[in-house]
Design a protein around this ligand. Structure first.
Ligand code: A2P
Length: 285
């Protein structure tokens, strides 16, 4: 069984999930999902903008029986695209459900605080987010979105959401790695009872050649990717490594059988420089 964390809905989420960004085409998705299920992954993170929801749904339906698993054994995440933020949110979420061909999605996130087609500073952004959230709440109450949450929200976006929501977010998913430790968002999540989840733990692959990470990896006889994933997990942060390569998918799952020393944890955390490899949401109104 795969290690998991309890969310504020009372439901469990695996600590390790496969990121599926850039996986496209049934063959690619099928091969990655097969490798992941075989390596023990029980969570899969997709999004409307990844354009692979249909392929992920189909791959899982076909591959779960091979591993003696059923729908209930896996945790499927998808996200509302920025083009559907606002009045189209209900339609967007229902489209994800139909693309995945599922009765329910385990976790559905607002992918980005902004709205496609609006300037980042546009004052309609907050209203659109509130409207999207209300649609997600409605589908949550109907049981079609078992957990709902947000991604790429700043502390200001989070505070506004917490003040106005009926159902609080179960998850905040943001970029998180030793060069972007996100202390403010982490402590807000703790205060609000929201689970803080990492994406791009490997810095889009670019952190794998960082000399400090290479040194820690060498000393503990692990791969740099395993060290980066373990650094997050040891802080209680669930991770979503993404790879299309079956061998790397397997290696990235071998993160529950070793511990980084406090010294190594501190060495890694000292790399925090606020550097982002992905888009910065801080200008979004
Ligand atoms: P690939 O799909 O060829 O394995 P992030 O999750 O931080 O965005 O990083 C994902 C990137 O890191 C992808 O380009 C992926 O490429 C690469 N990657 C994932 N796991 C590993 C690994 N164990 N070793 C080297 N590169 C990896």
């Amino acid at each position: 069984s795969s290690p998991s964390v309890a969310l504020n809905t009372g439901l469990q989420m695996p600590l390790l999930g496969l990121g599926t960004y850039k996986l496209c085409g049934l063959q690619d998705v099928y091969r990655a999902v097969d490798a992941a299920l075989s390596a023990g992954y029980r969570a899969f993170d997709s999004a409307a903008v990844y354009r692979n929801e249909a392929e992920l749904g189909k791959a899982l339906r076909e591959l779960l029986p091979k591993y003696g698993l059923t729908r209930e054994d896996v945790f499927i995440t998808s996200k509302l695209g920025p083009k559907d933020q606002g009045e189209k949110a209900m339609e967007g979420a229902l489209h994800s459900l139909s693309q995945l061909d599922l009765d329910y999605i385990d976790l559905y996130l607002i992918h980005w605080p902004g709205t496609q087609g609006l300037p980042v500073a546009d004052e309609r952004n907050p209203g659109n987010r509130a409207q999207s959230w209300a649609s997600l709440e409605e589908l949550h109450c109907q049981g079609r979105l078992r957990n709902i949450g947000v991604s790429n929200y700043t502390p200001a976006h989070m505070r506004a959401l917490m003040q106005s929501c009926k159902v609080p977010p179960a998850i905040l998913q943001v970029e998180f790695h030793p060069r972007l430790c996100q202390p403010e968002l982490m402590s807000l999540c703790k205060e609000y009872g929201v689970c803080f989840q990492a994406y791009s733990s490997l810095g889009k692959g670019e952190l794998l050649s960082d000399p400090v990470i290479l040194d820690v990896a060498k000393n503990c006889k692990r791969t740099p990717a395993q060290v980066l994933l373990r650094w997050a997990l040891q802080q209680g942060v669930p991770v979503l490594p993404k790879s299309s390569n079956p061998e790397r998918i397997q290696r990235n799952a071998e993160v529950f059988d070793f511990t980084l020393s406090d010294t190594d944890m501190d060495r890694l955390s000292a790399l925090d420089s606020g550097q982002r490899f992905c888009w910065d949401p801080s200008e979004v109104a």
